[in-house]
Design a protein around this ligand. Structure first.
Ligand code: ZN
Length: 172
């Protein structure tokens, strides 16, 4: 990879990957992002893995509200002792929505911290944030805070701003 990481990708390979149905790369026009897509998982590509150049700047920030510190603090204080999604429902009541959106949270070395099959979304209680509460099937419980999606399409999975883990581990 090139040392100068500000150099833009001009090799033309990402455009080719997008149109090649055998290649797991997609381009999200709205967000102006290249994505690596595999078996339902999706990751934003910041650099071209052929030439090492920078890919175009994401417009993601323009599509989400920025959660206010005061609202984030309120979530943290309310969910201080929460160690499972049941605890969260106990504190906040039923969610606005339950979505079948599985996923996992991992350490940088790939070790899985927790996995979930569904998420409870609290989207109306706070003005600037949406609280995502995973229904954890394996590992420790943690929730995440996201901005509200401002665009026309449905909210995307990846806009985490803050992730907070409960101190204790939960196993099944
Ligand atoms: Zn390139």
């Amino acid at each position: 990879m090139a040392r100068d990481n500000q150099r833009k990708c001009e090799c033309g390979m990402p455009e080719r990957w997008v149109v090649d149905p055998h290649f797991p790369v997609e381009f999200d026009r709205e967000m102006n992002e290249y994505h690596l897509v595999h078996k339902g998982a999706r990751a934003v590509m910041r650099y071209c893995f052929w030439c090492g150049g920078r890919l175009p700047a994401s417009k993601r920030g323009a599509f989400f509200t920025t959660p206010k510190k005061s609202e984030m603090a309120e979530v943290r204080s309310l969910l201080k002792g929460a160690k499972s999604h049941e605890d969260v429902v106990g504190v906040l009541g039923p969610p606005d929505k339950t979505v079948d959106l599985g996923g996992s949270s991992r350490k940088p070395n790939g070790e899985i911290l927790c996995r979930w099959r569904q998420q409870l979304l609290y989207s109306t209680r706070w003005k600037t944030l949406v609280l995502h509460v995973p229904v954890v099937i394996d590992g420790r419980f943690e929730y995440s805070i996201h901005g509200h999606y401002l665009g026309k399409n449905k909210p995307r999975k990846r806009s985490p701003v803050s992730r907070r883990a409960a101190k204790s581990r939960r196993r099944i």
